[in-house]
Write a protein of this length. Structure first.
Length: 169
């Protein structure tokens, strides 16, 4: 609505001026301008760049005086930014991975407390078996968590046979 209200004082306005006067982010501006251009409520006057989804600082927009609609109320859909969705998915994925790291480490420590000494493949298979009730763990993730636990001195490699791990109490 703030975009359309600007046209009460000016017949045409540049993209840069729209950003300055509305004081909204460029991403939000694009999300709100696209439906207005698609419904043909606004017209892009720059003959060089008439593509609706491409925006440049010198693009000029004006109200379409010939715009008509039979509806009493016009519903303007909001174009959702794919960038926002991708960022949200990445954030959620990172949080899930972080939570799973802790869960994998806790499972490894639980197995090691019970066994005290265990072979590498047996540890991975037992941890996978326990974790498969909650999610499908990746063996490489389990290996990284084992190395992390060794670095933090929860586990150590057996000095006699390097394939075995020992729990440090």
């Amino acid at each position: 609505m703030s975009i359309l209200l600007i046209f009460n004082t000016a017949n045409s306005i540049s993209y840069q001026q729209l950003l300055q006067q509305t004081q909204i982010t460029e991403l939000e501006m694009k999300c709100n301008l696209i439906p207005l251009l698609q419904l043909k409520m606004l017209v892009k006057s720059n003959p060089v760049n008439l593509i609706v989804r491409e925006f440049q600082q010198n693009d000029i927009y004006s109200l379409n005086g010939a715009f008509k609609n039979n509806m009493y109320k016009i519903k303007i859909p909001l174009a959702h930014a794919k960038e926002n969705k991708l960022i949200e998915k990445a954030d959620v994925s990172d949080k899930v991975d972080e939570d799973r790291k802790h869960m994998v480490e806790a499972t490894i420590v639980k197995v090691m407390k019970a066994r005290r000494r265990i072979e590498h493949n047996a540890l991975i298979s037992e941890a996978t078996k326990i974790l498969s009730q909650k999610f499908n763990p990746d063996p490489t993730m389990i290996k990284k968590r084992i190395e992390s636990l060794i670095d933090r001195e929860y586990l150590e490699r057996d000095s006699d046979d390097r394939r075995f791990y020992k729990y440090i109490a």
